[in-house]
Design a protein around this ligand. Sequence first.
Ligand code: UD1
Length: 417
Amino acid sequence: MKIMEIEGNRELSGTIRISGAKNATVALIPAAILTDEEATICNIPEITDTEALCDILKELNVDVKRASESIIINPKNMQNIEIDEKYSKKLRASYYFMGALLGKYKKAVLYFPGGCSIGARPIDLHLKGFEALGATVTNEKNKYIVEAKELKGANIYLDIASVGATINIMLAAVKAKGTTVIDNAAKEPEIVNVATFLNNMGARISGAGTSTIKIEGVDYLHKCFHEVIPDRIEAGTYIIIGALCGKNIKVDNIIPEHIDSLLSKLEEIGTDVEVGADYVLISKSDHYKSTNIKTLVYPGFPTDLQQPFSVLLTQCEGKSKVTETIFENRFMHIPYLKDLGADVTVKNQTATIIGPSKLKGTSVVATDLRAGASMVAAGLLAEGKTTITNAEHILRGYEQIVEKLTSVGAKISIKEI
Ligand code: UD1
């Protein structure tokens, strides 16, 4: 287990460069097997989720080379074998191998994915999509065998605008016969990034980033070069940290439009923030006004920033409300926020936060990735020492978090026990 220690209540200043987006990377790596040629992807973040996917590629006998921030994937000698449960349960995104293997070989054998325990997180919409394309799904306990004689384009309506289902169906449909239309598709920027990658390889996908995506099947995908977009959730997390303890914190290499909902909320509470073409400059203000947030699919307020933002709400004057509409179990950070001194009550899917509260360091737990990020934000603000156990969750999604925060003046370390 990893433990993170933070000496809080320090003023942070300097520049933090944002890495490539985790949620794009984890789909791009499986997508790369759809060609038999080499795919080079740059701006790949060095996070444990990337490593876990490379381990799966190696299991499938795919040649993987890492060079600084790039990855070169060559599936020329690939074998389609059953992916062991120990790999799939390491992360949620292992499910993208279902769509990619089905699209390439018409057969995928995988186990139910792992990832953060923030709700039931079923994969029924992914499977329904595969079935609509002509696949049959056999399920034995946690194991899924998805296979098809032939994949044929279909009209697929998603009951929920699911990020995972949208990308997975895109991966399965890209080489299917005929045209697939996904209606009520998710619109997240990571989906656009994956569609661009596939199009660079010769796919014919239009409408990514809107709620209707059209995929005209092609026979062949070729080699390509691609760049991962900046991580809007990592950016948002550091921007929130800047609002909590920053003095001219520059969060650099970002696409500000991707975090419009966060920037609007920051403006509403009275944050001192300057938005540039590819950066945000932010400092802590003396007073913040309370506000309410409700998590929604993109371009709404992202559920992945709900937990870090709730830390900022503890510093707002009066009553704020956080309503989580995407996942059933995303308030696991709240008991620890209370241990740190916050005044929070949770009823059903809404947390009510009364501020401002003075936070004091104590022992807390990173119950999942973004809960962990919220504990880092709270620890940096709190007076004294905060110890975060299960900190390995944080490393799944934040590249060099200790180094990045140390470079702006934080006292933070991580150790294995
Ligand atoms: C992705 C992101 C995650 C983010 C989430 C919402 C990755 C690897 N993870 O997760 O960081 O928090 O989007 O922006 O990109 N659902 C079903 N059936 C399905 C699929 C989803 O009921 O087959 C439900 C989920 O339980 C959830 C909602 O739909 O309540 C949205 O989930 P989805 O968009 O699929 O999230 P993930 O792809 O798991």
